[in-house]
Write a new protein. Structure first.
Length: 548
Protein backbone atom coordinates (compact mmCIF):
# COMPACT_ATOMS: atom_id res chain seq x y z
CA UNK A 1 0.00 0.00 0.00
CA UNK A 2 3.04 2.27 -0.39
CA UNK A 3 1.38 4.03 -3.34
CA UNK A 4 -1.38 5.43 -1.13
CA UNK A 5 -1.82 9.20 -1.40
CA UNK A 6 -4.35 9.51 1.44
CA UNK A 7 -4.58 7.10 4.37
CA UNK A 8 -7.16 7.74 7.11
CA UNK A 9 -7.29 5.40 10.08
CA UNK A 10 -9.89 5.16 12.87
CA UNK A 11 -11.06 8.74 12.33
CA UNK A 12 -13.34 9.92 15.11
CA UNK A 13 -14.85 13.40 15.12
CA UNK A 14 -16.94 15.12 17.77
CA UNK A 15 -19.20 18.16 17.81
CA UNK A 16 -19.77 20.45 20.75
CA UNK A 17 -23.23 21.17 22.12
CA UNK A 18 -23.23 23.44 25.18
CA UNK A 19 -20.41 21.92 27.26
CA UNK A 20 -20.75 18.39 25.89
CA UNK A 21 -18.82 16.76 23.04
CA UNK A 22 -20.96 14.34 21.03
CA UNK A 23 -19.75 11.82 18.41
CA UNK A 24 -20.22 12.69 14.72
CA UNK A 25 -17.84 10.24 13.02
CA UNK A 26 -17.24 6.86 14.65
CA UNK A 27 -13.98 5.43 13.38
CA UNK A 28 -13.80 5.76 9.56
CA UNK A 29 -10.94 4.39 7.40
CA UNK A 30 -10.09 5.68 3.91
CA UNK A 31 -7.48 4.49 1.40
CA UNK A 32 -7.04 6.58 -1.74
CA UNK A 33 -4.41 6.16 -4.45
CA UNK A 34 -3.18 8.84 -6.84
CA UNK A 35 -5.61 9.23 -9.73
CA UNK A 36 -8.38 7.31 -7.93
CA UNK A 37 -11.88 8.68 -7.26
CA UNK A 38 -13.76 7.66 -4.12
CA UNK A 39 -17.50 8.30 -4.11
CA UNK A 40 -18.93 8.99 -0.65
CA UNK A 41 -22.69 8.70 -0.29
CA UNK A 42 -25.33 8.66 2.43
CA UNK A 43 -28.31 10.66 3.62
CA UNK A 44 -28.17 14.03 5.41
CA UNK A 45 -26.26 13.79 8.67
CA UNK A 46 -24.27 10.75 7.56
CA UNK A 47 -20.99 12.65 7.95
CA UNK A 48 -19.93 12.85 4.30
CA UNK A 49 -18.89 16.50 4.30
CA UNK A 50 -17.30 16.19 7.74
CA UNK A 51 -15.07 13.36 6.51
CA UNK A 52 -14.32 15.30 3.31
CA UNK A 53 -13.15 18.35 5.29
CA UNK A 54 -11.19 16.15 7.70
CA UNK A 55 -9.35 14.74 4.67
CA UNK A 56 -7.76 18.19 4.48
CA UNK A 57 -7.01 18.22 8.22
CA UNK A 58 -9.83 20.73 8.70
CA UNK A 59 -12.91 20.84 10.91
CA UNK A 60 -15.64 23.46 11.23
CA UNK A 61 -16.05 25.62 14.33
CA UNK A 62 -17.33 23.58 17.26
CA UNK A 63 -16.01 20.35 15.78
CA UNK A 64 -12.78 18.48 16.60
CA UNK A 65 -10.89 15.36 15.54
CA UNK A 66 -10.78 13.32 18.75
CA UNK A 67 -8.95 10.26 17.44
CA UNK A 68 -7.19 8.77 14.45
CA UNK A 69 -4.81 9.90 11.72
CA UNK A 70 -5.20 11.62 8.35
CA UNK A 71 -1.96 10.94 6.47
CA UNK A 72 -1.51 12.74 3.15
CA UNK A 73 1.63 11.72 1.27
CA UNK A 74 3.38 10.87 4.54
CA UNK A 75 2.19 13.95 6.49
CA UNK A 76 -0.34 13.46 9.30
CA UNK A 77 -2.66 16.44 8.92
CA UNK A 78 -4.11 15.90 12.40
CA UNK A 79 -0.82 16.71 14.13
CA UNK A 80 0.78 18.88 11.41
CA UNK A 81 1.55 22.50 12.22
CA UNK A 82 -0.51 25.37 10.79
CA UNK A 83 2.43 26.31 8.55
CA UNK A 84 2.63 22.83 7.04
CA UNK A 85 -1.12 22.81 6.37
CA UNK A 86 -1.01 26.27 4.81
CA UNK A 87 1.63 25.03 2.39
CA UNK A 88 -0.49 22.00 1.40
CA UNK A 89 -4.02 23.42 1.29
CA UNK A 90 -4.80 25.08 -2.01
CA UNK A 91 -1.54 23.83 -3.48
CA UNK A 92 -1.60 20.03 -3.19
CA UNK A 93 -5.09 19.62 -1.68
CA UNK A 94 -8.08 21.58 -3.03
CA UNK A 95 -11.78 21.82 -2.25
CA UNK A 96 -14.82 22.43 -4.48
CA UNK A 97 -17.85 23.51 -2.45
CA UNK A 98 -21.51 22.69 -3.07
CA UNK A 99 -22.58 26.30 -3.55
CA UNK A 100 -20.19 28.17 -5.81
CA UNK A 101 -22.36 31.29 -5.55
CA UNK A 102 -21.86 31.41 -1.79
CA UNK A 103 -18.15 30.53 -1.98
CA UNK A 104 -16.81 33.16 -4.39
CA UNK A 105 -16.11 36.68 -3.18
CA UNK A 106 -18.74 38.81 -4.98
CA UNK A 107 -16.46 41.88 -4.95
CA UNK A 108 -13.65 40.35 -7.04
CA UNK A 109 -13.49 39.09 -10.61
CA UNK A 110 -13.19 35.36 -11.25
CA UNK A 111 -9.67 35.56 -12.67
CA UNK A 112 -8.43 37.53 -9.62
CA UNK A 113 -9.70 34.83 -7.30
CA UNK A 114 -8.34 32.10 -9.58
CA UNK A 115 -4.83 33.60 -9.57
CA UNK A 116 -4.59 34.22 -5.84
CA UNK A 117 -3.63 30.63 -4.92
CA UNK A 118 -0.87 30.04 -7.51
CA UNK A 119 0.71 33.42 -6.75
CA UNK A 120 0.61 33.03 -2.96
CA UNK A 121 2.01 29.48 -3.14
CA UNK A 122 4.76 30.55 -5.54
CA UNK A 123 3.55 28.16 -8.24
CA UNK A 124 3.40 30.81 -10.98
CA UNK A 125 3.40 34.53 -11.64
CA UNK A 126 0.20 36.55 -11.92
CA UNK A 127 0.50 36.70 -15.72
CA UNK A 128 1.17 32.98 -16.06
CA UNK A 129 -1.66 32.06 -13.67
CA UNK A 130 -4.11 34.20 -15.66
CA UNK A 131 -3.07 32.50 -18.91
CA UNK A 132 -3.36 29.09 -17.26
CA UNK A 133 -6.78 30.06 -15.91
CA UNK A 134 -7.98 30.82 -19.42
CA UNK A 135 -6.66 27.45 -20.59
CA UNK A 136 -8.48 25.67 -17.75
CA UNK A 137 -11.67 27.58 -18.59
CA UNK A 138 -11.25 26.31 -22.15
CA UNK A 139 -10.76 22.71 -20.98
CA UNK A 140 -13.85 23.05 -18.81
CA UNK A 141 -15.85 24.27 -21.82
CA UNK A 142 -16.68 27.69 -20.41
CA UNK A 143 -17.90 30.15 -23.07
CA UNK A 144 -15.48 32.90 -24.12
CA UNK A 145 -12.65 31.42 -22.00
CA UNK A 146 -10.37 34.39 -22.66
CA UNK A 147 -12.97 36.84 -21.36
CA UNK A 148 -15.22 35.10 -18.82
CA UNK A 149 -12.62 35.34 -16.04
CA UNK A 150 -12.93 39.12 -16.10
CA UNK A 151 -16.57 38.93 -15.00
CA UNK A 152 -17.83 39.08 -11.44
CA UNK A 153 -19.49 35.95 -9.93
CA UNK A 154 -23.00 37.37 -10.33
CA UNK A 155 -22.42 37.85 -14.06
CA UNK A 156 -22.22 34.11 -14.89
CA UNK A 157 -24.68 31.23 -14.49
CA UNK A 158 -24.60 28.67 -11.70
CA UNK A 159 -23.17 25.95 -13.94
CA UNK A 160 -20.48 28.27 -15.25
CA UNK A 161 -19.59 29.36 -11.71
CA UNK A 162 -19.30 25.73 -10.61
CA UNK A 163 -16.87 25.05 -13.46
CA UNK A 164 -14.92 28.21 -12.61
CA UNK A 165 -14.55 26.88 -9.06
CA UNK A 166 -13.27 23.55 -10.42
CA UNK A 167 -10.75 25.48 -12.53
CA UNK A 168 -9.69 27.42 -9.42
CA UNK A 169 -9.21 24.15 -7.53
CA UNK A 170 -6.99 22.90 -10.37
CA UNK A 171 -4.92 26.10 -10.54
CA UNK A 172 -1.98 24.64 -8.57
CA UNK A 173 -2.43 21.15 -10.08
CA UNK A 174 -3.25 19.52 -6.72
CA UNK A 175 -2.83 15.82 -6.01
CA UNK A 176 -6.21 15.62 -4.22
CA UNK A 177 -9.53 17.44 -4.72
CA UNK A 178 -12.56 17.16 -2.44
CA UNK A 179 -15.77 17.66 -4.48
CA UNK A 180 -18.64 18.38 -2.06
CA UNK A 181 -21.96 18.00 -3.92
CA UNK A 182 -20.71 20.08 -6.90
CA UNK A 183 -23.74 19.46 -9.14
CA UNK A 184 -26.61 19.31 -6.62
CA UNK A 185 -28.33 22.56 -7.66
CA UNK A 186 -27.67 22.28 -11.40
CA UNK A 187 -30.19 21.39 -14.10
CA UNK A 188 -29.65 18.11 -15.94
CA UNK A 189 -28.12 19.56 -19.11
CA UNK A 190 -25.68 21.76 -17.18
CA UNK A 191 -24.90 18.82 -14.88
CA UNK A 192 -23.80 16.76 -17.89
CA UNK A 193 -21.29 19.44 -18.88
CA UNK A 194 -19.96 19.81 -15.32
CA UNK A 195 -19.66 16.05 -14.74
CA UNK A 196 -17.89 15.54 -18.04
CA UNK A 197 -15.58 18.47 -17.27
CA UNK A 198 -14.71 17.22 -13.79
CA UNK A 199 -14.10 13.67 -14.94
CA UNK A 200 -12.00 14.85 -17.86
CA UNK A 201 -9.76 17.14 -15.83
CA UNK A 202 -9.27 14.55 -13.06
CA UNK A 203 -8.21 11.97 -15.68
CA UNK A 204 -5.93 14.38 -17.56
CA UNK A 205 -3.94 15.41 -14.50
CA UNK A 206 -4.10 12.04 -12.68
CA UNK A 207 -5.71 13.75 -9.70
CA UNK A 208 -7.17 11.79 -6.81
CA UNK A 209 -10.62 12.88 -5.66
CA UNK A 210 -13.26 12.33 -3.03
CA UNK A 211 -16.66 12.91 -4.65
CA UNK A 212 -19.37 13.58 -2.03
CA UNK A 213 -22.96 13.32 -3.23
CA UNK A 214 -26.41 12.01 -2.39
CA UNK A 215 -27.17 11.29 -6.06
CA UNK A 216 -26.44 7.62 -6.73
CA UNK A 217 -26.67 7.94 -10.50
CA UNK A 218 -24.09 10.76 -10.45
CA UNK A 219 -21.61 8.89 -8.27
CA UNK A 220 -21.88 5.92 -10.64
CA UNK A 221 -20.41 8.10 -13.42
CA UNK A 222 -17.59 9.56 -11.35
CA UNK A 223 -16.23 7.03 -8.85
CA UNK A 224 -13.87 4.06 -9.06
CA UNK A 225 -15.17 2.87 -5.69
CA UNK A 226 -18.01 3.87 -3.36
CA UNK A 227 -18.15 4.21 0.43
CA UNK A 228 -21.59 4.33 2.11
CA UNK A 229 -21.99 6.21 5.40
CA UNK A 230 -24.86 6.28 7.92
CA UNK A 231 -24.88 8.48 11.05
CA UNK A 232 -21.11 8.62 11.23
CA UNK A 233 -20.54 4.90 10.62
CA UNK A 234 -19.23 3.15 7.53
CA UNK A 235 -21.87 0.80 6.16
CA UNK A 236 -19.84 -0.75 3.34
CA UNK A 237 -17.32 -0.05 0.59
CA UNK A 238 -16.71 -1.69 -2.79
CA UNK A 239 -15.74 -0.89 -6.36
CA UNK A 240 -18.51 0.96 -8.18
CA UNK A 241 -19.75 -1.85 -10.41
CA UNK A 242 -19.90 -4.31 -7.53
CA UNK A 243 -21.67 -1.80 -5.30
CA UNK A 244 -24.30 -1.03 -7.92
CA UNK A 245 -24.96 -4.63 -8.92
CA UNK A 246 -24.80 -6.41 -5.57
CA UNK A 247 -24.73 -4.24 -2.44
CA UNK A 248 -24.42 -6.34 0.71
CA UNK A 249 -26.11 -4.25 3.39
CA UNK A 250 -29.84 -3.60 3.70
CA UNK A 251 -29.30 0.14 4.17
CA UNK A 252 -27.40 0.37 0.88
CA UNK A 253 -30.15 -1.58 -0.85
CA UNK A 254 -32.70 0.91 0.57
CA UNK A 255 -30.72 3.80 -0.98
CA UNK A 256 -30.75 2.01 -4.34
CA UNK A 257 -34.54 1.54 -4.10
CA UNK A 258 -35.42 5.12 -3.11
CA UNK A 259 -37.83 7.26 -5.11
CA UNK A 260 -40.49 4.59 -5.13
CA UNK A 261 -43.12 7.28 -4.54
CA UNK A 262 -45.26 8.23 -7.53
CA UNK A 263 -48.73 9.75 -7.33
CA UNK A 264 -51.41 8.06 -9.42
CA UNK A 265 -52.72 9.99 -12.41
CA UNK A 266 -55.66 12.28 -11.65
CA UNK A 267 -58.80 12.55 -13.78
CA UNK A 268 -58.71 14.86 -16.79
CA UNK A 269 -59.32 18.54 -16.10
CA UNK A 270 -62.85 19.83 -16.56
CA UNK A 271 -62.35 22.27 -19.44
CA UNK A 272 -65.16 24.46 -18.07
CA UNK A 273 -63.53 24.83 -14.64
CA UNK A 274 -61.93 28.18 -13.82
CA UNK A 275 -58.20 27.80 -13.13
CA UNK A 276 -56.87 28.89 -9.75
CA UNK A 277 -54.00 30.64 -11.52
CA UNK A 278 -53.92 31.61 -15.19
CA UNK A 279 -50.90 33.16 -16.91
CA UNK A 280 -51.94 34.98 -20.09
CA UNK A 281 -49.39 35.89 -22.79
CA UNK A 282 -46.84 37.21 -20.30
CA UNK A 283 -43.74 38.96 -21.60
CA UNK A 284 -41.37 40.33 -18.95
CA UNK A 285 -38.00 42.06 -18.96
CA UNK A 286 -35.02 42.76 -16.77
CA UNK A 287 -34.13 46.31 -17.71
CA UNK A 288 -34.59 46.60 -21.46
CA UNK A 289 -34.03 42.91 -22.24
CA UNK A 290 -37.06 40.62 -22.53
CA UNK A 291 -36.50 37.39 -20.57
CA UNK A 292 -40.01 35.93 -20.89
CA UNK A 293 -41.75 35.72 -24.24
CA UNK A 294 -45.54 35.26 -24.50
CA UNK A 295 -45.80 32.68 -21.67
CA UNK A 296 -49.24 31.15 -21.06
CA UNK A 297 -50.44 28.21 -18.94
CA UNK A 298 -53.09 27.39 -16.32
CA UNK A 299 -52.96 25.77 -12.88
CA UNK A 300 -56.22 24.19 -11.70
CA UNK A 301 -57.52 23.47 -8.20
CA UNK A 302 -55.83 20.55 -6.47
CA UNK A 303 -53.34 20.03 -9.31
CA UNK A 304 -49.56 20.20 -9.54
CA UNK A 305 -47.99 21.79 -12.59
CA UNK A 306 -44.26 21.09 -12.89
CA UNK A 307 -42.31 23.79 -14.74
CA UNK A 308 -39.04 22.35 -16.03
CA UNK A 309 -36.11 23.62 -18.06
CA UNK A 310 -32.42 24.37 -17.71
CA UNK A 311 -30.92 27.38 -15.91
CA UNK A 312 -32.03 30.61 -17.54
CA UNK A 313 -35.14 29.08 -19.13
CA UNK A 314 -37.47 31.45 -17.26
CA UNK A 315 -38.96 29.17 -14.58
CA UNK A 316 -38.25 31.35 -11.56
CA UNK A 317 -38.87 34.54 -13.54
CA UNK A 318 -42.38 33.28 -14.30
CA UNK A 319 -42.88 32.73 -10.57
CA UNK A 320 -41.73 36.29 -9.91
CA UNK A 321 -44.36 37.56 -12.36
CA UNK A 322 -47.10 35.53 -10.67
CA UNK A 323 -46.18 36.89 -7.23
CA UNK A 324 -45.96 40.47 -8.53
CA UNK A 325 -42.24 40.83 -7.77
CA UNK A 326 -41.58 41.37 -11.49
CA UNK A 327 -44.55 43.06 -13.18
CA UNK A 328 -44.96 41.77 -16.75
CA UNK A 329 -44.38 44.21 -19.60
CA UNK A 330 -47.18 42.55 -21.62
CA UNK A 331 -49.91 40.16 -20.52
CA UNK A 332 -51.67 39.56 -17.21
CA UNK A 333 -52.20 37.09 -14.33
CA UNK A 334 -55.62 35.90 -13.15
CA UNK A 335 -56.51 34.32 -9.81
CA UNK A 336 -59.84 32.46 -9.66
CA UNK A 337 -60.82 34.27 -12.86
CA UNK A 338 -60.10 37.74 -11.49
CA UNK A 339 -57.23 39.77 -12.92
CA UNK A 340 -54.52 40.56 -10.36
CA UNK A 341 -52.65 43.87 -10.17
CA UNK A 342 -49.31 43.24 -11.85
CA UNK A 343 -47.26 44.80 -9.01
CA UNK A 344 -47.51 43.10 -5.60
CA UNK A 345 -47.50 46.53 -3.92
CA UNK A 346 -50.92 47.18 -5.43
CA UNK A 347 -52.43 43.87 -4.24
CA UNK A 348 -54.49 43.79 -1.07
CA UNK A 349 -53.76 41.43 1.80
CA UNK A 350 -56.25 38.77 0.65
CA UNK A 351 -54.66 38.69 -2.81
CA UNK A 352 -51.16 38.43 -1.32
CA UNK A 353 -52.27 35.69 1.06
CA UNK A 354 -53.51 33.35 -1.65
CA UNK A 355 -50.12 32.84 -3.36
CA UNK A 356 -47.18 31.74 -1.19
CA UNK A 357 -43.68 30.42 -1.92
CA UNK A 358 -41.42 27.68 -0.58
CA UNK A 359 -37.79 28.43 -1.42
CA UNK A 360 -34.97 26.25 -2.72
CA UNK A 361 -32.34 26.95 -0.05
CA UNK A 362 -33.97 26.48 3.34
CA UNK A 363 -30.68 27.48 4.98
CA UNK A 364 -30.90 31.02 3.63
CA UNK A 365 -34.71 31.28 3.59
CA UNK A 366 -35.06 31.17 7.38
CA UNK A 367 -33.90 33.98 9.68
CA UNK A 368 -31.14 32.36 11.78
CA UNK A 369 -31.96 34.58 14.77
CA UNK A 370 -35.68 33.78 14.91
CA UNK A 371 -37.08 30.68 16.59
CA UNK A 372 -39.29 28.33 14.63
CA UNK A 373 -42.31 29.57 16.56
CA UNK A 374 -41.52 33.18 15.62
CA UNK A 375 -40.90 32.30 11.96
CA UNK A 376 -44.24 30.54 11.54
CA UNK A 377 -46.08 32.88 13.89
CA UNK A 378 -45.33 36.02 11.90
CA UNK A 379 -47.55 35.17 8.87
CA UNK A 380 -50.18 33.73 11.24
CA UNK A 381 -50.44 37.14 12.89
CA UNK A 382 -50.03 39.21 9.71
CA UNK A 383 -52.55 37.37 7.52
CA UNK A 384 -54.94 35.80 10.02
CA UNK A 385 -54.81 38.44 12.77
CA UNK A 386 -54.20 35.88 15.54
CA UNK A 387 -52.26 36.78 18.69
CA UNK A 388 -51.50 35.29 22.09
CA UNK A 389 -52.84 31.83 22.84
CA UNK A 390 -54.74 31.60 19.54
CA UNK A 391 -51.54 32.33 17.62
CA UNK A 392 -49.59 29.71 19.60
CA UNK A 393 -52.34 27.16 19.03
CA UNK A 394 -52.29 27.78 15.27
CA UNK A 395 -48.48 27.50 15.10
CA UNK A 396 -48.69 24.19 16.99
CA UNK A 397 -51.31 22.97 14.50
CA UNK A 398 -49.05 23.91 11.58
CA UNK A 399 -46.07 22.10 13.12
CA UNK A 400 -48.25 19.03 13.55
CA UNK A 401 -49.34 19.28 9.91
CA UNK A 402 -45.72 19.12 8.76
CA UNK A 403 -45.13 16.16 11.11
CA UNK A 404 -42.91 17.92 13.66
CA UNK A 405 -43.67 17.77 17.39
CA UNK A 406 -44.71 21.31 18.51
CA UNK A 407 -43.27 21.14 22.04
CA UNK A 408 -39.93 19.93 20.69
CA UNK A 409 -39.49 22.37 17.80
CA UNK A 410 -41.32 25.59 18.74
CA UNK A 411 -38.35 27.20 20.53
CA UNK A 412 -35.56 25.82 18.31
CA UNK A 413 -33.43 27.96 16.01
CA UNK A 414 -32.85 26.98 12.34
CA UNK A 415 -29.27 25.98 13.19
CA UNK A 416 -30.69 23.20 15.37
CA UNK A 417 -32.56 21.57 12.48
CA UNK A 418 -31.58 19.25 9.66
CA UNK A 419 -31.98 20.28 6.01
CA UNK A 420 -35.21 18.33 5.67
CA UNK A 421 -36.63 19.81 8.87
CA UNK A 422 -35.80 23.33 7.69
CA UNK A 423 -37.65 22.69 4.45
CA UNK A 424 -40.66 21.48 6.44
CA UNK A 425 -40.59 24.79 8.35
CA UNK A 426 -40.62 26.57 4.98
CA UNK A 427 -43.73 24.59 4.09
CA UNK A 428 -45.40 25.48 7.40
CA UNK A 429 -44.62 29.17 6.90
CA UNK A 430 -46.31 29.05 3.49
CA UNK A 431 -49.33 27.21 4.94
CA UNK A 432 -49.66 29.81 7.72
CA UNK A 433 -51.31 32.22 5.27
CA UNK A 434 -53.89 29.53 4.36
CA UNK A 435 -53.30 29.97 0.61
CA UNK A 436 -54.94 28.19 -2.30
CA UNK A 437 -51.75 28.22 -4.36
CA UNK A 438 -48.10 27.56 -3.48
CA UNK A 439 -45.00 27.96 -5.65
CA UNK A 440 -42.43 25.29 -4.79
CA UNK A 441 -39.09 26.55 -6.13
CA UNK A 442 -36.61 23.64 -6.35
CA UNK A 443 -37.65 22.59 -2.84
CA UNK A 444 -35.94 19.17 -2.96
CA UNK A 445 -32.81 19.95 -5.01
CA UNK A 446 -30.52 20.42 -1.99
CA UNK A 447 -31.85 17.38 -0.09
CA UNK A 448 -30.68 13.81 -0.14
CA UNK A 449 -33.00 11.36 -1.87
CA UNK A 450 -34.49 9.82 1.27
CA UNK A 451 -35.31 13.23 2.77
CA UNK A 452 -36.55 14.55 -0.61
CA UNK A 453 -38.98 11.66 -0.90
CA UNK A 454 -40.34 12.49 2.56
CA UNK A 455 -40.89 16.13 1.51
CA UNK A 456 -42.69 15.03 -1.69
CA UNK A 457 -44.96 12.70 0.28
CA UNK A 458 -45.74 15.51 2.74
CA UNK A 459 -46.60 17.95 -0.06
CA UNK A 460 -48.85 15.35 -1.69
CA UNK A 461 -50.63 14.67 1.61
CA UNK A 462 -51.18 18.39 2.26
CA UNK A 463 -52.51 18.86 -1.26
CA UNK A 464 -55.05 16.08 -0.77
CA UNK A 465 -56.12 17.34 2.67
CA UNK A 466 -56.23 21.08 1.90
CA UNK A 467 -57.02 21.13 -1.83
CA UNK A 468 -53.84 23.09 -2.63
CA UNK A 469 -52.57 23.89 -6.11
CA UNK A 470 -48.82 23.78 -6.73
CA UNK A 471 -46.49 25.28 -9.30
CA UNK A 472 -43.47 23.01 -8.89
CA UNK A 473 -40.28 24.52 -10.34
CA UNK A 474 -37.68 21.79 -10.74
CA UNK A 475 -34.84 20.47 -12.88
CA UNK A 476 -35.25 16.96 -11.44
CA UNK A 477 -37.35 14.88 -13.81
CA UNK A 478 -37.61 12.10 -11.21
CA UNK A 479 -39.48 14.63 -9.05
CA UNK A 480 -41.73 15.45 -12.00
CA UNK A 481 -42.61 11.77 -12.39
CA UNK A 482 -43.33 11.53 -8.66
CA UNK A 483 -45.63 14.47 -8.06
CA UNK A 484 -46.75 16.32 -11.22
CA UNK A 485 -50.13 16.23 -12.94
CA UNK A 486 -49.20 18.53 -15.82
CA UNK A 487 -45.80 19.58 -17.17
CA UNK A 488 -44.69 22.87 -18.75
CA UNK A 489 -41.30 22.81 -20.51
CA UNK A 490 -39.51 26.16 -20.85
CA UNK A 491 -36.47 27.20 -22.87
CA UNK A 492 -34.97 30.68 -23.32
CA UNK A 493 -38.00 32.34 -21.72
CA UNK A 494 -40.64 30.56 -23.83
CA UNK A 495 -42.93 27.57 -23.34
CA UNK A 496 -41.87 24.94 -25.87
CA UNK A 497 -44.23 22.16 -24.80
CA UNK A 498 -46.92 21.50 -22.20
CA UNK A 499 -49.50 18.85 -21.38
CA UNK A 500 -50.49 16.05 -18.96
CA UNK A 501 -47.55 14.24 -17.36
CA UNK A 502 -48.34 10.90 -18.96
CA UNK A 503 -48.32 12.49 -22.42
CA UNK A 504 -45.12 14.43 -21.77
CA UNK A 505 -43.11 11.33 -20.94
CA UNK A 506 -44.24 9.52 -24.07
CA UNK A 507 -42.68 10.23 -27.49
CA UNK A 508 -42.79 12.09 -29.76
CA UNK A 509 -41.23 15.00 -27.85
CA UNK A 510 -40.13 18.46 -28.75
CA UNK A 511 -36.34 18.18 -29.41
CA UNK A 512 -35.57 20.19 -26.27
CA UNK A 513 -37.81 17.99 -24.09
CA UNK A 514 -36.05 14.98 -25.58
CA UNK A 515 -32.69 16.54 -24.61
CA UNK A 516 -33.86 17.01 -21.01
CA UNK A 517 -35.19 13.46 -20.74
CA UNK A 518 -32.03 11.94 -22.21
CA UNK A 519 -29.83 13.96 -19.80
CA UNK A 520 -31.18 12.34 -16.62
CA UNK A 521 -28.31 10.22 -15.21
CA UNK A 522 -28.83 6.49 -14.87
CA UNK A 523 -27.26 4.09 -12.40
CA UNK A 524 -24.98 2.66 -15.06
CA UNK A 525 -21.24 3.45 -14.85
CA UNK A 526 -21.07 3.62 -18.64
CA UNK A 527 -24.04 5.97 -19.05
CA UNK A 528 -22.12 9.27 -19.29
CA UNK A 529 -19.50 7.88 -21.67
CA UNK A 530 -22.18 6.39 -23.92
CA UNK A 531 -24.24 9.59 -23.87
CA UNK A 532 -21.29 11.76 -24.88
CA UNK A 533 -20.48 9.39 -27.71
CA UNK A 534 -24.11 9.41 -28.89
CA UNK A 535 -23.94 13.21 -28.97
CA UNK A 536 -20.79 13.19 -31.05
CA UNK A 537 -18.24 13.77 -28.29
CA UNK A 538 -15.83 10.87 -28.74
CA UNK A 539 -13.08 12.67 -26.85
CA UNK A 540 -14.45 14.10 -23.63
CA UNK A 541 -11.74 16.73 -23.71
CA UNK A 542 -13.08 18.21 -26.93
CA UNK A 543 -15.09 21.39 -26.75
CA UNK A 544 -17.67 19.60 -28.87
CA UNK A 545 -19.85 19.25 -25.77
CA UNK A 546 -20.91 22.79 -26.62
CA UNK A 547 -22.96 21.20 -29.44
CA UNK A 548 -25.32 19.91 -26.77
Amino acid sequence: MSDLLLKIRDLKIEGRSDETWNPIINGIDVDLKKGEVLGMIGESGAGKSTVGLASMGYTRDGVRISNGSVVFDGVDLVTASAAVKRDLLGKRIAYVAQSAAASFNPAHKLIDQHSEGPVQHGVSSRTDSEQDGMELYRRLRLPNPDEIGFRYPHQVSGGQLQRAMTAMAMACRPDLIIFDEPTTALDVTTQIEVLASIRDIVEQFDTAAIYITHDLAVVAQMADKIKVLLKGDEVEEADTRTMLSSPKEEYTKSLWAVRSFERPAKPAINVKATPVVSIHNVTAAYGTVDVLHDVSFDIHAGRTVAVVGESGSGKSTTARCITGLLPPRIGHIEFDGQQLPLDYKKRDKSQLRQAQMIYQMADTALNPRKSIGETIGRPVEFYMGLTGKEKRKRVDELLAEIELEPTEYFHRLPSELSGGQKQRIGIARALAAEPKFIICDEVTSALDQLVAEGILRLLAKLQDELGLSYMFITHDLATVRSIADEVVVMKDGSVVEQGPKLDMFQPPHHPYTDLLLSSVPEMDPDWLTNLLQERGVDNIGDAAVDKM
